[in-house]
Design a binder for this molecule. Structure first.
Ligand code: PGA
Ligand code: ZN
Length: 426
C-alpha cells in the first residue's frame, strides 16, 4: 500500500514578491505532489491565520521559515506512513495537532500546503488528473471565468475604491472562446485607457490600475472596450464587481468616492449602477461586520443578481451556516487559505450548495504558478472561477490549465455558461 514517506517545505516567492510556502509530499511508491500556498491582501478578519516569522531582518517580517519548520518537524513526522488517499483523515489529524480554532499554532499556510500537496501526490500515484482525485463528479463543467481587468482598492495605488471590475463572458460557446473574449477585451481596454491618456500599469491581479474620477468612469471604459471587441455588453458579456467593502468601512460608515455613506445609501448607489450597467454579480457589497447592511442588500437585490460573500463568510462552514440563516448573500467565494484545508473547503462548498448558494472558486491577490484552483473548480461543480486578468503568469496559469482540461475532456465536459447563475441571465 502506498503511504506518505516524507514532507518537505520551501520558502518561495508569490506574485507580489512576498515569501510563501511550497510543500512537497513524497510517497513510498516514488510519486510526489507539490503545492504553493496563496496569500491575500484584503483579508477577512476571521480567516485562518497565515503564519509569518515577524522577523524584521527578513522580508519585512513576512518570512515563513517557522511555517516551513512546522511542516518539516511537526506535520511530517505525524503524517509519515499515513494513507495519502484519505484526505479527510490527513486534514483532521492536522486540525487536531494544531488544536486552535484558526490554525494559529502551526499556521494555516503550513497546514494548507500539506493538505493541497497530499491531493496532488495522491493524483500522481493514481495516475489521474487532480480534478478526478479531488472528487468524482457525474457532470463536469468548465467554469465561467470572472476576469478582473481593472484593479482598485487594496490591489492598486490609485483613488479607485472598488477593488475589482470584472468581465464575465457568459455567452461564449466554450471555455477557450471565453478566454479569447476576455483577453481581447483586456487589450481593447488598454487602448481605451491610452486614448484617454490614462496609465496602463497593472495592479496585483493583472488588471489595469488607472486613476479615474469615479467608479462609473471605470465601468464606461470597460463598456467601450467590450464594444471595440465586437461583443455585446448585456448579451455576450456581463459585468461583476468585488467592492471589498470591509476595506472602506470605518465607524459604521462607508468611505467611498470621498464621501461618507450609510449602508442604505450604498445600496441605493449599487441599484443605480445596476440600472446603468449589466452587473450580474456583486461581491462583498457590504462590510463583514455590517450584517444589517448585508441583510438589506440581500433583501433588495438577492433575487436579481448574484451577491457573493467573501470576507463575510471566509470559506468557513460554521460562519457560512450562520450567514445562510441570517439571509446574507446568495453565493460563496471559495478560498482554500481562508479556512486552511482541502476537506473543510469542500465542506463549505457543500453547505453552500445545499442552501442553494452558488460557489465561485477564487485565487488570492498573492498567487503563484500553482493551478490547484482550476482543478478544484471542476471537482466542486462550482461553475464559476475568479482568477484575475487574462494576463500575468500567476493568473493565466489557471486559465491555461482549464483550456488543457477542456481539450482533455472533450465532450465529457461543457462550458457552464448561463447555467452558472441561479437567476436568469438575460
Ligand atoms: P485578496 O483579494 O486575495 O487580497 O483577499 C481577493 C478578493 O477580495 O476577492
Ligand atoms: Zn473579495
Amino acid at each position: 500500500m502506498t503511504l506518505i514517506e516524507n514532507i518537505q517545505a520551501l520558502e518561495v516567492l508569490d506574485s507580489r514578491g512576498n515569501p510563501t510556502l511550497q510543500v512537497t509530499v513524497y510517497l513510498s511508491d516514488g510519486h510526489s505532489g507539490s503545492a504553493i500556498v496563496p496569500s491575500g491582501a484584503s483579508t477577512g478578519s476571521k480567516e485562518a491565520l497565515e503564519r509569518r516569522d515577524q522577523d524584521p531582518k527578513r522580508y519585512n517580517g513576512k518570512g515563513v521559515l517557522e511555517a516551513v519548520r512546522a511542516v518539516e518537524t511537526i506535520l511530517a513526522p505525524h503524517l509519515k506512513h499515513q494513507n495519502p488517499f484519505d484526505q479527510k483523515t490527513i486534514d483532521e489529524r492536522m486540525i487536531d495537532l494544531d488544536g486552535t480554532p484558526n490554525k494559529s499554532r502551526l499556521g494555516a499556510n503550513a497546514i494548507l500546503g500539506v493538505s493541497m500537496a497530499t491531493s496532488a501526490a495522491a493524483a500522481h500515484a493514481s495516475n489521474i488528473p487532480l480534478y478526478r482525485q479531488l472528487r468524482s463528479c457525474e457532470s463536469l463543467y468548465l467554469p465561467v471565468p470572472m476576469m478582473n481587468i481593472l484593479n482598485g482598492g487594496a490591489h492598486a495605488d490609485t483613488n479607485v475604491d472598488i477593488q475589482e471590475f470584472m468581465v464575465i463572458p457568459v455567452a461564449a460557446p466554450n471555455f477557450h472562446e471565453a478566454v479569447r473574449w476576455g483577453a481581447e477585451i483586456y487589450h481593447n481596454l488598454k487602448k481605451v485607457l491610452k486614448k484617454k491618456k490614462l496609465a496602463t500599469g497593472v495592479g496585483d491581479e493583472g488588471g489595469f490600475a488607472p486613476r479615474l474620477e469615479s467608479n462609473e468612469a471605470a465601468l464606461h471604459c470597460i463598456a467601450e472596450a467590450i464594444n471595440h471587441s465586437g461583443l455585446r455588453l448585456g448579451q455576450d458579456v456581463y459585468l461583476a464587481l468585488d467592492c471589498a467593502a470591509s476595506e472602506f468601512y470605518r465607524d459604521g460608515h462607508y468611505h467611498l468616492d470621498q464621501q461618507s455613506w450609510t449602508s442604505e445609501a450604498l445600496l441605493r448607489y449599487y441599484e443605480s449602477l445596476i440600472r446603468q450597467f449589466p452587473i450580474i454579480s456583486i461581491e462583498d457589497g457590504m462590510a463583514e461586520d455590517d450584517h444589517m447592511g448585508w441583510q438589506q442588500l440581500t433583501a433588495a437585490l438577492g433575487d436579481k443578481i448574484q451577491l457573493v460573500g467573501d470576507d463575510v463568510f471566509v470559506t468557513n462552514p460554521a460562519i457560512l451556516k450562520e450567514g445562510i440563516s441570517a439571509h446574507i448573500a446568495n453565493a460563496l467565494l471559495v478560498k482554500l487559505n481562508q479556512i486552511g484545508t482541502v476537506t473543510e473547503t469542500f465542506h463549505a462548498i457543500d453547505v453552500a450548495h445545499e442552501a442553494g448558494y452558488r460557489c465561485i472558486i477564487s485565487h488570492r491577490s498573492g498567487e503563484s504558478e500553482d493551478t490547484f484552483i482550476a482543478d478544484l473548480s471542476l471537482a466542486s461543480s462550482a461553475k464559476q472561477i475568479k482568477t484575475g486578468a487574462p494576463a500575468r503568469t500567476d493568473r493565466v496559469a489557471k486559465y491555461n490549465r482549464l483550456m488543457q482540461i477542456e481539450r482533455e475532456l472533450g465532450s465529457q465536459a461543457r462550458y457552464a455558461g448561463k447555467e452558472a447563475f441561479s437567476f436568469e441571465v438575460r
